[in-house]
Design a protein around this ligand. Structure first.
Ligand code: ZN
Ligand code: ZN
Length: 177
């Protein structure tokens, strides 16, 4: 959906849309939308700025920061955004990036794509890190085994069966004391 400045200049635009998984590109292999993205919002032109306010809901699959197994995050976010027309005199890329840091959003040309707005809002809503369960044991740093599902080989080495007779001798000795 394209939000055209010329249309918005005439009237407010109510938005009720559902984006199926795969229809928005998140530019990341680690982020996968796994449920529809539903958006209810209003777009309008306000002092030359495109203003979009509303909320979105979706489900996104991420990887557990410890064991890398998939984790589904529910995303629900309200937003109220303004996009200013990009100044005619186009600035060098570096300066535009600085503007991004200051959280000034721009649109260029005739308007902007709703999907671009939604992608950014979903990315902002996601936590930096997710964990599949609070007691996730993660992966063994040594052999890569998922310690939630298996005992890794490194642990077996720690209790080397060859050491068992020695341990038993020590126990017997302690009992006699
Ligand atoms: Zn995990
Ligand atoms: Zn291991």
């Amino acid at each position: 959906m394209f939000l055209d400045v010329k249309d918005l200049a005439v009237r407010k635009l109510p938005i009720h849309k559902s984006y199926a998984p795969g229809s928005i590109d998140y530019h990341s292999s680690e982020i996968k939308q796994v449920g529809p993205l539903d958006v209810d919002a209003t777009a309008e032109l306000f002092d030359g700025d495109i203003r979009i306010a509303g909320h979105l809901d979706t489900k996104v699959e991420l990887s557990c920061a410890r064991c890398l197994e998939p984790v589904v995050e529910e995303v629900s976010r309200a937003f109220d955004l303004s996009y200013t027309p990009l100044p005619k005199q186009s600035k060098p890329e570096e300066e535009r990036l600085k503007d991004d840091d200051a959280e000034i959003a721009f649109y260029s040309g005739e308007g902007l794509f709703l999907a671009d707005v939604l992608r950014e809002q979903v990315l902002l809503a996601l936590p930096m890190k997710v964990i599949c369960q609070s007691d996730c044991r993660g992966l063994c740093a040594n052999c890569g085994a998922n310690l939630n599902h298996e005992e890794c080989r490194c642990e077996t080495h720690a209790t080397d069966p060859r050491m068992a007779p020695l341990a038993r001798l020590k126990q017997d000795w302690l009992k006699k004391q």
